[in-house]
Write a protein that binds this ligand. Structure first.
Ligand SMILES: *Cc1c(COP(=O)(O)O)cnc(C)c1O
Ligand code: SF4
Length: 456
């Protein structure tokens, strides 16, 4: 007595509608029904702790079900047993089997979540800006001088969830973000008060979840404020991978593209920060056509992704990604190291291996793809690039450099850590020549009292 999901029509004439699958309905998928009972139970366990959402485009167009469970797009959106540590998995599995009452279960699940470092890099405490009149702006972050992040209240979800996402606490309702009524005006006011800001980055979730009308309102507010310091609007989005129909055939596709054009026509640069994790995301007619339409509005598309075990941990995948991005007119921008939160133990890899994969891919692509910067860690003091693994005076070292720093003076300054084959994050590293890293004392002084600094 199974309800089966309908297959979507994807041909060119069609205008497919988005169908989401979450823990409550994913068993309707025929592809999932073909999996074993045990695998479905494992998904139920993991999805009780970490967010789970996929959709019909990902399931029907991107996942190669013949390759499941190893298929990268499957791993990217479907929960896998090992995304929880064994101890956590067993604990939650047992509660489900015992039909533990909801209240007790919720409490235990929350305990598990708290053990997954839900707020790495001091996200909550360190980056909340305020207006000159003292109003706190919870829908914004301002960590690096030039760029402020804006989280519109309408974009707190995505077309599907990435299993590695560091914003997972937001999607399971741990972070109750308090939004202002007049966010758009406050954003414009803040940028006006901070002449050092040149870029505003719309982020979320995925801002392209937002209806075009709402997005247009924010954009108009920014443009109408005639802020002399503002040069660029960026949109951090995964719609090109998860739902390219947002600019092809959705009801508000034309209006979305119109708004992009309006930004360019107003004399600002629009940079779409497209999030791609695997070459297959760049392979469908839909994504190619979406990229063409966006570029025709005057926008540039820059690309970024973390390096992920089980998904893209080989140089070949990156060569194919960067090459295809250049072919489609996109600009490779960042390769990140996966953050110290959630399922990092599953997706992470040693810094040494990350550097090796980056370098061997970088050596095999045209200079036009070497616009990419990485591998980089977004840590509490800033974005730290692994610049090389040199041997200096007979000693093997990590050579590191800030791409962004809480203090701009830190940017570009090389520093060295002892080589450690097992290190996976900045806090695993020790200064190469004793003492402390040059920024540590200042970081502590600037943010004394803030929680978690030692850890991050
Ligand atoms: C990466 C990042 C930015 C943007 O940095 P760019 O190097 O200009 O792309 C801004 N804010 C935060 C918090 C970031 O992590
Ligand atoms: S699209 Fe971005 S914000 Fe959304 S789940 Fe993926 S990584 Fe997280």
């Amino acid at each position: 007595m199974h309800i089966m999901a309908q297959e979507t029509v994807w041909d060119e004439a069609g205008s497919p509608s988005l169908k989401s699958y979450t823990i409550s309905n994913y068993k309707q998928l025929p592809q999932v029904q073909a999996l074993s009972e045990e695998v479905r139970f494992e998904m139920d366990v993991v999805a009780s702790v970490l967010p789970f959402k996929t959709n019909n485009y990902v399931v029907e167009q991107l996942i190669d079900w013949d390759r499941v469970p190893d298929d990268p797009m499957y791993v990217l959106t479907f929960p896998q047993k090992n995304m929880l540590k064994k101890r956590h998995f067993d604990q939650v599995a047992q509660m489900i089997k015992n039909e533990t009452p909801k209240e007790e279960m919720d409490k235990k699940i929350n305990d598990v979540r708290m053990e997954l470092n839900p707020h790495p890099a001091g996200q909550l405490e360190l980056n909340v800006p305020s207006l000159k009149d003292g109003t706190k702006l919870y829908g914004m972050q301002h960590k690096y001088n030039e760029t402020c992040l804006f989280f519109p209240s309408q974009s707190q979800t995505c077309h599907a969830y990435c299993t590695f996402c560091f914003r997972w606490p937001q999607f399971v309702g741990m972070d109750d973000m308090k939004f202002a009524m007049r966010e758009g005006e406050q954003l414009a006011q803040y940028i006006g008060e901070h002449p050092e800001i040149s870029d505003v980055l719309f982020t979320g979730g995925d801002p392209m979840i937002m209806k075009a009308k709402m997005f247009r309102t924010y954009v108009d507010t920014l443009i109408d404020a005639k802020l002399p310091n503002l040069t660029t609007i960026r949109i951090g989005t995964k719609m090109l991978s998860y739902w390219p129909y947002k600019v092809l055939s959705d009801d508000d596709a034309a209006e979305t593209l119109d708004t992009f054009r309006h930004i360019s026509d107003s004399g600002l640069h629009l940079s779409i920060m497209g999030h791609f994790n695997h070459p297959v995301e760049l392979s469908t007619d839909a994504v190619k056509s979406a990229i063409r339409k966006i570029r025709a509005t005057g926008a540039q598309i820059r690309t970024q992704s973390p390096l992920l075990s089980h998904i893209n941990d080989d140089a070949d995948a990156w060569v194919r990604m960067w090459t295809q991005q250049v072919r489609l007119g996109c600009i490779p921008y960042y390769m990140f190291i996966v953050r110290d939160t959630g399922a990092q133990h599953y997706f992470g890899m040693s810094l040494a291996r990350a550097y090796e994969i980056f370098t061997s891919a970088y050596r095999r692509v045209s200079g036009l793809a070497r616009t990419v910067k990485g591998p980089s860690m977004s840590a509490t003091p800033g974005k730290v690039l692994i610049n090389g693994i040199p041997e200096i005076g007979g000693k093997k070292l990590f050579s590191l450099r800030f791409l962004q720093g809480r203090n701009p003076e830190w940017v570009g300054r090389p520093f060295y850590a002892e080589y450690d084959e097992k290190a996976i994050w900045l806090d695993d590293l020790k200064p190469a020549f004793g003492g402390r890293f040059f920024y540590e004392e200042e970081l502590e002084a600037r943010y004394s009292g803030a929680r978690q600094l030692k850890k991050d």
